[in-house]
Design a protein around this ligand. Structure first.
Ligand SMILES: [Zn+2]
Ligand SMILES: [Zn+2]
Length: 474
């Protein structure tokens, strides 16, 4: 359930804002959108968005404040559209009931903000009071196929609804649908699913039976109940559909994902920033770390069958590989790393059903890797690195003695996380590493039909790995 329009940043909520939000959560409200009234007083809304990951906001200038809007103020609307979890331009529009701004000024500011919304790719939240014709005319004029938005607190005739829908607009309903003098049940009945949403317009428009009190997001369910009754459906259905519609129109999931990504990056970079001012402290105490690794080995072979003069690929996936490793930090950005890995390919072994021409024993591989990690951001908690090195590999085919060492070229990319503790630094990480065998093998391969051919084989191993290092504090 989403309250797509609640002025919870206003003074009405100063005494008990956190309780109001708690009650909303308790009532099943998943998200609240705070529309703006002016571009000057946005601090409370911005702070709420920073504090509650399920609160979103819009930026814009309400028609009540349209009398003396400067170009600079409009530029600020456009600039602040990229602030954290701003999901719409609004509320904007026309209000001919009150007389706070001349219709000319209101129309100019409305139109300018519709253009901002199109430029920045956000939907609009439109306020309309006794201005149906002009609102529709300006939207029609500005609609170039990219304008999206909602006529909030929709309280107009079915003819206006149809024109708004035809212009690509959505509508949202608030507490006045529960009032006795509400006259538009036909609108509630005929508006298609996917085009309408719920809102409270808190602290105004309090639905029955709380009329006379301050409105708050927890009451949004009462609007869903009234709509469900008129449409002869369940409240759950209305809640599910309107939630989906709001998530789509305001792209709430995307906004939350962006916020999480930004926060994670800020967290990841936080130690780096500290380092700029703090005294130098080596990030990996005592320079030497030891640990282990585990990962799935993929063996990719290109086999050239000599007598047939034919080339065929073959790969074995998910061969378990594990090993031990040690790193030595030479400078703050360069780490020397050595690793030993063992991997056993049981997929080549005889099996009456799957591998009737298989061999008696598994193939066994050993690697000793030696190379350098280059750390791109050594003072961060999450450190990204590139790896370049070489490896020596030994193979034992079908239980035979291990071959002479063969050289590999070994690139990789990875990241690790520094977790300092009182006993030292724990460093879990992940890396994707390849081992390209620089030599070619010549051996017999068995085809699916049991025929054996001599083949020349070039091989590489893809060994993505989880690593865990420990830098003792001594
Ligand atoms: Zn409004
Ligand atoms: Zn409002």
């Amino acid at each position: 359930m989403i309250d797509t329009h609640a002025h919870i940043d206003t003074d009405h909520f100063t005494p008990d804002r956190s309780q109001v939000l708690e009650r909303a959560r308790g009532a099943g409200v998943q998200a609240v959108i705070i529309p703006a009234i002016t571009i000057e007083n946005t601090d409370v809304a911005a702070a709420l968005v920073g504090q509650y990951p399920w609160v979103y906001r819009a930026v814009g200038i309400h028609p009540h404040h349209a009398q003396e809007v400067s170009t600079a103020a409009l530029a600020r609307v456009e600039e602040s559209s990229t602030a954290e979890r701003v999901v719409a331009i609004g509320e904007i529009g026309l209000d001919y009931y009150y007389d706070f701004a001349t219709p000319e000024n209101q129309k100019r500011v409305f139109r300018e903000q519709l253009r901002i919304a199109k430029r920045v790719g956000l939907p609009v939240i439109v306020h309309n009071r006794e201005a149906d014709e002009d609102v529709l005319a300006i939207i029609a004029d500005e609609q170039d196929g990219t304008l999206r938005g909602v006529l909030h607190c929709f309280s107009s005739s079915i003819a206006v609804l149809e024109r708004a829908l035809a212009l690509g607009m959505h509508v949202s309903f608030t507490g006045n649908v529960t009032f006795r003098r509400w006259a538009y049940d036909d609108v509630l009945r005929s508006v298609p699913e996917g085009r309408f949403m719920l809102e409270t317009d808190s602290p105004y428009m309090t639905p029955e039976p709380h009329r006379g009190q301050r409105n708050e997001p927890a009451f949004v369910r009462l609007i869903a109940e009234r709509i469900a009754k008129v449409r002869s459906t369940t409240v759950d259905h209305i809640v599910a559909k309107t939630t989906e519609t709001a998530q789509m129109l305001f792209r709430l999931t995307l906004a939350l994902l962006l916020a999480v990504t930004t926060a994670t990056l800020a967290w990841a970079q936080s130690s780096e920033a500290e380092h700029d001012t703090a005294d130098y402290e080596h990030p990996y105490p005592r320079f030497i770390g030891v640990g282990g690794l585990v990962g799935p080995n993929t063996i990719v072979e290109t086999q050239t069958l000599l007598s047939l003069n034919r080339t065929q690929p073959l790969s074995y996936e998910g061969i378990p590989a594990f090993g031990a490793m040690a790193v030595w930090e030479i400078t703050d950005r360069w780490m020397l790393e050595g690793a030993y890995i063992f991997s056993e390919n049981r997929k080549v072994v005889y099996d009456p059903v799957n591998n009737p021409f298989g061999q008696q024993n598994p193939d066994r591989y050993q690697f000793v890797e030696l190379g350098m990690r280059y750390l791109f951001n050594p003072y961060s908690r999450v450190v990204f690195y590139g790896y370049l090195g070489g490896a020596s590999s030994w193979v034992s085919w079908d239980g035979k003695p291990y071959s002479a060492p063969r050289l590999c070229a070994t690139p990789g990319i990875g990241l690790f996380i520094n977790i300092p503790t009182s006993v030292g630094m724990f460093v879990p990480g992940g890396e994707w590493r390849l081992n390209f065998l620089l030599a070619e093998d010549e051996r017999f391969v068995t085809m699916g039909n049991g025929e054996r051919y001599k083949a020349q084989i070039s091989t590489f191993f893809s060994i993505p790995r989880f690593t865990l290092l420990y830098f003792p504090r001594w």
